[in-house]
Design a protein around this ligand. Structure first.
Ligand code: OAD
Length: 265
C-alpha cells in the first residue's frame, strides 16, 4: 500500500509554515516513512513489509534483528540486514530529505534545524542535512566485533552472507542498533545536549513512534506549550498528542509548507 496522493489541507499547511517561519530551533524526528518516496519499504503502517508478519525464519523481524539473535545465530540477523541493504541500494534522497537538508543549510545562526532520524539508509546525510543525529546508526558503516577494524561501504554487493573481518577474521557487523542493544552513546549525548538547549517547534515525520526517545521530544514540547506537527498518512502513537496533523506523505506535506515559505516551487 502506498501513501495517499491527496495534498494536505491548505489551512493546516499555512499554520505549520507560520510556525516554521517563527521558530528559531526546529527538531524534525524522522522514520522510515520519510524514505518511502525514495522507494524504500517501511517496517510498519503504510507500505510496511513486516506489519504483523513473521520473517521467513518464523520469527518477528524485531527478533531476527536483535542483539541476542545476532550473538546466537548471526547468519539469521545478517540475512535480514542484507535484505534491508538491498532494499536501500541505489536509492536517492527524495523531496522530503532535500527540503529538510535545505532548511538546515539555510537557517541563519543562531537558528538551527536538527534531524533526529531512526533511518539507517543514510539518505538525510546524502541530502546534506547539517545537524543530523542518526540514532539507530547507518548500514553503510561496518565494524569488526573483535578488533578495531572499521570501513564505510556504498553497498553490501561484495559481502558474503556471513562477512568477516579482513584483519582478524572475526565476524563484522554494521554500526546499527539491533533490538535489545543500547543506543550509541555519542548520538545519545548529542541528542540530550540539543534537547537541553530546547527546540521551539517539533515535527514527527513518517514514524510510527515506537520508542520512548522518539516520543520524548514531542512530549517535552507539549509540556512546554510549544507547537508539534505530525506528518503521516496514518494515525500513530503520538497522533492524539500533537497540535497539528498533516495526514499525507512526507514529500507532499513538506513541499506544501516549503512553498508557503517561499522555497523552490
Ligand atoms: P515504521 O515502519 O514503524 O513506521 C513508518 C511510518 O511511516 C508509518 O507510521 C507509516 O504510516 C508512515 N509512512 C508510510 N509512508 C509514508 C510517507 N510516504 N510519508 C510519511 N509517512 C509515511 O518506521 P519507524 O517508525 O522508522 O529500528 O520504525 C522505527 C524503527 O523500527 C526502525 O528504525 C527500526 C524498526 O524496527 C531498528 O531497527 C532498531
Amino acid at each position: 500500500m502506498t501513501a495517499s496522493p491527496l495534498p494536505p489541507p491548505p489551512a493546516l499547511v499555512e499554520r505549520a509554515a507560520a510556525w516554521v517561519a517563527g521558530a528559531r530551533r526546529i527538531l524534525c524526528v524522522t522514520g522510515a516513512g520519510v524514505s518511502a518516496e525514495s522507494g524504500l519499504p517501511t517496517y510498519r503502517g503504510v507500505g510496511g513489509i513486516y506489519d504483523g508478519v513473521d520473517t521467513d525464519d518464523g520469527i518477528a523481524i524485531e527478533e531476527a534483528l536483535s542483539g541476542p539473535v545476532f550473538r546466537r545465530a548471526p547468519e539469521t540477523t545478517w540475512k535480514y540486514l542484507l535484505q534491508i541493504e538491498r532494499a536501500c541500494r541505489g536509492a536517492t534522497p527524495n523531496a522530503a530529505h532535500e527540503i529538510l537538508a535545505r532548511w538546515s543549510r539555510d537557517a541563519r545562526p543562531p537558528a538551527e534545524v536538527w534531524v533526529l532520524s531512526q533511518n539507517v539508509d543514510g539518505l538525510h546525510s546524502v541530502a546534506g542535512s547539517r545537524h543530523l543525529i542518526e540514532i539507530h546508526g547507518d548500514l553503510h558503516r561496518l565494524r569488526c566485533t573483535t578488533c578495531d577494524w572499521r570501513d564505510r561501504v556504498d553497498d553490501y554487493e561484495a559481502l558474503s552472507p556471513l562477512p568477516t573481518c579482513p584483519n582478524c577474521g572475526a565476524l563484522i557487523r554494521p554500526e546499527v542498533v539491533l533490538f535489545e542493544e543500547t543506543l550509541p552513546s555519542t548520538a545519545t549525548r548529542r541528542l540530550h545536549a540539543q534537547l537541553a538547549l530546547g527546540f521551539d517547534l517539533v515535527f514527527s515525520i513518517g514514524t510510527s513512534s515506537q520508542f520512548p526517545y522518539i516520543v520524548q521530544p514531542v512530549v517535552m514540547a507539549k509540556h512546554q506549550g510549544l507547537p508539534t506537527v505530525e506528518i503521516n498518512p496514518r494515525e500513530t502513537a503520538i497522533s492524539a498528542l500533537v497540535d497539528l496533523r498533516l495526514p499525507c506523505s512526507a514529500g507532499l506535506a513538506l513541499e506544501a509548507i516549503d512553498r508557503v515559505l517561499g522555497g523552490a516551487p
